[in-house]
Design a protein around this ligand. Structure first.
Ligand code: NI
Length: 388
């Protein structure tokens, strides 16, 4: 595989990698990215790039202007996960129980790399590049806080990327339309009537009710949504019962639903309620649903997606456009609800290992650091095309 990296990026490649390792060593959880924000601000100052801190709580926004022209935003997320890192990387996490296990350390390093190169090449471009360093992607929706603080004001298009260990180095996942799912969560509490395990008469056995309910909920994807659409209903947690000979009076379930369209999202939500009502009547149990909307689906716009395709093709050739889709969720979706843009995936599976050996959100997560140079190079090509 040949990577056609930008020479300016290659020249500062070691720096980009060193920054990623520094962020990796000092990971911080959502909305606690204080050191992270300080380091970003320091680098931007060194590059001579104007910036603002405490945007969207702990975010940082930098900007370079090359005079009249459109404003393009590039975004990196900043937060780490509550995971204890294992393994013996020399730049292993120093913060107990916290780890950059999704690659956001690399996202910041890539964006800083692009910013540095752009700060040194002010000729031939027309317009403005805004660098959005966003906190709290992992569940708390930091993007909403950034938008509220005006990070999209005057922006024509926005671009974001994710290191992606499910793809090998040299592949870049780019696709128009939905690429990540709406990710909702729910909790169900079933209340019945307990009793002796040998005397079920007169009881309402919530374990039996839960079993019926779980099976019935699986029919939403197999029988209600269109088989040509992508949808998921998962029950990830079931809690109830005290002993082998006691009929449980209460069971708690928790789960998540995924869909690429608002229509399917609504359909799944409604069917969960209807099925619960039906099972409740059938068994006489009291069932309460608490359903919470998570991130909306991430839906790429067509022109920006073509722009990324062009830029990525120059860097990875035929590796661009491998159509990776995921039912994961991303709060980049909030930006794409406001303005056109594209979110794409940079193949980063570590050398000589298969693409499932180091999945995201696991305690031994690591990347092929050459992917960082791929991401920075694509961002650079993109800016040059858009602000030519
Ligand atoms: Ni992530």
């Amino acid at each position: 595989m040949t990577l056609n990296l930008r020479s300016e990026v290659e020249r500062i490649g070691d720096e980009i990698i060193a920054r990623r390792r520094d962020f990796h060593r000092f990971p911080e959880l959502s909305f606690e990215e204080y050191r992270t924000a300080e380091v970003i601000a320091k680098h931007l100052t060194d590059f001579g790039i104007d910036h603002q801190t405490q945007v969207g709580k702990t975010g940082v926004v930098g900007e370079i202007s090359f005079g009249e022209g459109p404003t393009i935003a590039l975004r990196a997320d900043m937060d780490a996960l509550p995971i204890q890192e294992i393994g013996d990387l020399e730049f292993k996490s120093c913060n107990d129980g916290v780890m950059h296990a999704c690659g956001h350390d690399g996202h910041m390093a890539m964006l800083l790399g692009t910013a540095k190169v752009l700060s040194q090449h002010k000729n031939n471009l027309r317009g403005t590049v805004r660098f959005i360093f966003q906190p709290a992607e992992e569940g708390l929706g930091g993007a909403r806080y950034m938008i509220k603080d005006g990070c999209l004001n005057g922006v024509k298009e926005i671009y974001g990327l994710h290191l992606w260990n499910y793809q090998p180095l040299g592949e870049v996942g780019v696709k128009t339309g939905p690429v990540l799912a709406a990710a909702d969560l729910f909790e169900i509490i079933i209340k019945g009537k307990g009793g002796h395990g040998a005397a079920p008469q007169g009881t309402i056995d919530t374990i039996v009710v839960a079993s019926q309910l779980i099976n019935a909920l699986q029919t939403i994807v197999s029988r209600n949504t269109n088989p040509l659409d992508n949808t998921v209903v998962t029950i990830g947690k079931i809690q109830g019962g005290d002993n082998f000979n006691i009929i449980a009076d209460k069971v708690k379930l928790a789960g998540t639903t995924r869909a690429y369209t608002e229509e399917n999202r609504q359909l799944i939500k409604n069917r969960i309620s209807e099925i619960i009502d039906g099972i409740s009547v059938s068994f006489g149990a009291d069932i309460v649903l608490d359903y919470e909307d998570g991130y909306p689906p991430t839906i790429n716009h067509s022109m920006p997606t073509e722009n990324v395709m062009k830029a990525a093709s120059r860097v990875v050739g035929k590796g661009a456009g491998s159509p990776y889709l995921s039912m994961g969720g991303e709060d980049f979706s909030y930006y794409l609800q406001k303005i056109p843009g594209c979110f794409f995936f940079i193949g980063s599976a570590p050398d000589n290992r298969d693409v499932f050996s180091t999945p995201h959100h696991c305690s031994h997560f690591d990347i092929d650091e050459k992917a960082l140079l791929v991401g920075s190079s694509i961002f650079l090509n993109l800016v040059e095309d858009l602000l030519a």
